[in-house]
Design a protein around this ligand. Structure first.
Ligand code: IP8
Length: 284
């Protein structure tokens, strides 16, 4: 057996089942699970590594909720046809067919995530936002109590999506980060809310590709600036929007973290010791 898996099994064996039973909400960032620059390029190995750890978190007795981003299955076409800004009469026809295509592509990405979780022994139920959400941003209308499950139920899985919007806009993009805010602040007993990134150990002081960018170990809203990641690709906003969402969550969840999703065992470290390599988001 691979040594990192053995270490995980050892860590798991030291945590008695049910000892810290609570809710764990995990966002698989679009930049972790896809190559954001190439249309519909999925990074299945990375999803599988996260699924293995999710299976262990469930074995610990926690109830888990999974949200994933869109990456190159959503943002490229959404940007091309301005879906985020709602209906534009001059390109309405192209926008309508782009919405169909984006929703189909998101269903495809969602079924890959669910297949990976199933392969790791995790039963799932998909709750696509288009079926139960109206509006965008954290104040969308929609009942997030459907995510409230016990530890032995199927894991609810949802994702950023094109949703209906009342009024002239008619449609817009709901980010998975805004789903995270609503679920994490409205459901009880959230012990960990983890944002899994694809390009960094956590929030950095500058862009990830710059040598002098360093990891920020702890961040609160009042600290302000964080280095930009992916702003030119994401239609829903870059890392600062994510950080603002995490900051809102930190007022109600004990542990809110940005971590490197390529090392998902860091979630187990947080659950077992309260600390890991990453950025802990604290209220303020
Ligand atoms: O990647 C965006 O969701 P996010 C959803 O979680 C689409 O911000 C369809 C672009």
């Amino acid at each position: 057996m691979h040594s990192s898996v053995m270490n995980l099994r050892y860590m798991l064996s030291r945590i008695a089942r049910g000892q810290f039973m609570a809710r764990v909400i995990i966002k698989l960032g679009g930049g972790l699970i896809t190559d954001k620059t190439r249309y519909k390029t999925v990074l299945r190995d990375r999803i599988d590594a996260v699924s293995e750890v999710i299976s262990m978190i469930i074995q610990m007795g926690h109830s888990v909720i999974v949200i994933h981003g869109a990456g190159s299955f959503g943002h490229i076409e959404a940007k091309k046809w301005d879906i985020n800004d709602g209906l534009k009469t001059e390109i309405a026809e192209q926008q309508i067919s782009a919405i169909d295509a984006i929703r189909r592509d998101m269903d495809e990405l969602n079924s890959i995530v669910i297949q990976s979780l199933n392969d790791a022994g995790v039963r799932c139920e998909s709750l696509p936002p288009r079926d139960w959400v109206n509006g965008v941003g954290a104040r969308f209308s929609g009942d997030v109590s459907v995510f409230h499950r016990g530890p032995d139920s199927a894991v609810p899985v949802s994702f950023g999506d094109v949703v209906d919007v009342d009024g002239a806009n008619q449609f817009g993009i709901l980010s998975g980060d805004h789903l995270m805010v609503r679920i994490a602040t409205e459901l009880p007993d959230v012990i960990l809310c983890a944002f899994l990134l694809g390009d960094a150990d956590g929030l950095l002081s500058g862009p990830p590709n710059k040598k002098d960018s360093i990891l920020i170990n702890q961040w609160s809203h009042s600290d302000g600036f964080v280095g930009e990641h992916d702003a030119s690709i994401d239609v829903t906003g870059g890392i600062l929007l994510k950080a603002q969402c995490a900051s809102q969550i930190s007022t109600s969840a004990k542990h809110v973290w940005f971590i490197d999703g390529k090392v998902p065992s860091r979630m187990l470290e947080i659950l077992s010791s309260g600390d890991t390599v990453g950025t802990r988001i604290v209220p303020g």
